[in-house]
Design a protein around this ligand. Sequence first.
Ligand code: IPE
Ligand code: IPE
Ligand code: MG
Length: 275
Amino acid sequence: MFAERLGKLLGDLFGAKPKYITVPVSTAAPAQALPPDRLPRHVAIIMDGNGRWANARNLPRTAGHAAGTEALRDIIRASDDWGIECLTIYAFSTENWARSKDEVGALMSLLLRYFASEIDELDEKNVRILILGDVDGLPAPQREAVVNAMARTRGNTGLKLNIALNYGGRAELVRAARTLARRVQAGELAPDGIDEAAFAAELYTAGMPDVDLLIRTSGEMRLSNFLPWQTAYAEMVFDRTYWPDFDRAAYLRALREYAGRSRRFGKEKAEGSNG
Ligand code: IPE
Ligand code: IPE
Ligand code: MG
């Protein structure tokens, strides 16, 4: 017990051992231990900490991004195995173009490699891929890869995998506002016809449930322009693990944490699941 505490303290002090922030639970139990009615329908993940993961190992930041894609592979599989309906991952923000040319280049090549190596298996698993973000603003090879992936998996009925790429939350809201304004101008819609449902229908996530659970790794506790509309009532879990080390056990901890939350949506008490 003392040794365990000491180890934990040293880990905290030197940041060597990533630590979950909220409720420490056993990670050994299978996913089946989660009550199905308390599983989130829509999980969104801000995959953060690749650079710091690499830094801690004296590796270039790009090695962190490469390791991050391995973690992603397993988290997508786990989401599929556990019956999550929608998984939205933040892969590249509109603000990330401000990084060095080398880093942006490395991320873009990784993206191409990722789609080339994963698309067959994802399609086979009946995963439907949707890119959230400005696809037209991507370099041609990346644009082609993601457009093909979307077209190829369009009819799939399994896990909805949304990849936020060249994505900015405010830009998404502005884009929706413009589309609605055009429809009003064309006489198709009255200004009062713009309600929350009409607005949501113009977002990249049209037709999908709002985000139930938002996970951010690496210890940062901010949204960084990710899904501002869709996370309005999301439960948030911040995990200190750097993204490349985020595994099924960590994911399960987040799902357990979510299952234990009381979602009230403004009411005095919760109803039904997550009550
Ligand atoms: C997340 O890791 C990946 C992207 C933003 C593309 P970071 O690259 O942000 O890693 P840190 O936050 O610098 O550690
Ligand atoms: C958010 O992480 C974007 C992605 C994970 C793709 P950042 O690392 O870019 O966010 P900030 O700069 O720390 O807010
Ligand atoms: Mg970061």
